[in-house]
Unconditional design. Structure first.
Length: 292
């Protein structure tokens, strides 16, 4: 889990407007179904930003020590069935592989005015609506930098979602980073492949860069540190800069210099671009398969 530095992360409030913060303060009773790494991270963020712990119910069969500790602060952990009523928002954060068995319990938590916010990968609005035909549902795809308030989430609502419910969902998602809304759910497979899976591609780049450094003669620990700090620092520069990535790349590249020599390899016809296209296409196809 995240620890005390979470709420103080640079830029933590940057994605939340004051209106979002007020909505989070007054969100009413919320049930979190599934409190693993992503669900738990989001919960800690909400609490850090003012959500009343006494207005939170967590359904998690195998709660971590951190989640159990939050229950000591007022979060209701695994209350008996039927013990909680008038839940305004249900956040569905279980693994997609167990979604089918979780849906009856989720449906039992919902009422006529309940918003269901799902962050399950691959599970469509249609899948969710089959279990809850009249529910207002938002399907969202966050990514793991949400754990430090620097994620990006793409969300799509079904036709039953009201303007107020969409604003409520936005406030919850903005607590973890930037939020983009789309109208075409068909884009979610590509979203999953780019931003949902994307952090793994960046981490792989750091791994590959470190291995290349070792192959070039660097000690392993130094190569690992150089790669880690270069990737994370470059990401922060991209985040803070008004310039696009192509401009930043050109700024590093002197004609006929060392960077240009490396980019001749990476930007070749069989280089990084076609490899990344194949990788994203594979991830998008797998997302479609997970949808069933």
């Amino acid at each position: 889990m995240l620890g005390p530095a979470f709420a103080g992360t640079n830029g933590w409030y940057g994605f939340m407007t004051q209106t979002d913060k007020q909505r989070l303060d007054n969100i009413g009773l919320l049930a979190l179904v599934g409190a693993g790494k992503m669900g738990g991270a989001m919960l800690e963020g909400w609490l850090a930003l003012g959500l009343d712990a006494h207005n939170v119910v967590v359904i998690e069969p195998q709660p971590s020590e951190e989640i159990v500790a939050l229950s000591m602060q007022g979060v209701a952990l695994n209350p008996p069935a039927g013990a909680v009523e008038n839940i305004g928002t249900v956040v569905l954060a279980v693994k997609p592989q167990v979604a089918a068995e979780a849906m009856p319990s989720v449906a039992a938590l919902t009422g006529s005015d309940t918003l269901v916010l799902s962050i399950m990968a691959g599970k469509t609005l249609g899948f969710l609506q089959d279990a809850m035909p009249k529910a207002a549902i938002v399907r969202a795809m966050p990514n793991t930098p949400a754990a430090i308030g620097r994620g990006i989430t793409v969300a799509v609502p079904n036709a039953a979602v009201t303007a107020e419910q969409k604003q409520r969902a936005h406030a919850l998602l903005a607590a973890s980073g930037a939020v983009e809304w789309i109208a075409d759910e068909g884009l979610m497979d590509a979203v999953t492949a780019v931003s949902g899976s994307g952090p793994a591609y960046v981490f792989l780049l750091a791994e590959a860069l470190a291995r290349a450094g070792v192959a070039a003669g660097l000690p392993e620990d130094l190569a690992a540190k150089l790669a880690r700090e270069t990737v994370s620092g470059s990401g922060e520069l991209l985040h803070r800069s008004a310039e696009g990535p192509a401009t930043l790349r050109r700024n590093v590249t002197s004609p006929n210099g060392t960077t240009a020599a490396a980019l001749d390899v990476l930007m070749a016809a069989d280089g990084l671009d076609p490899l990344m296209r194949r990788a994203v296409a594979a991830a998008a196809e797998r997302s479609k398969e997970l949808a069933g």
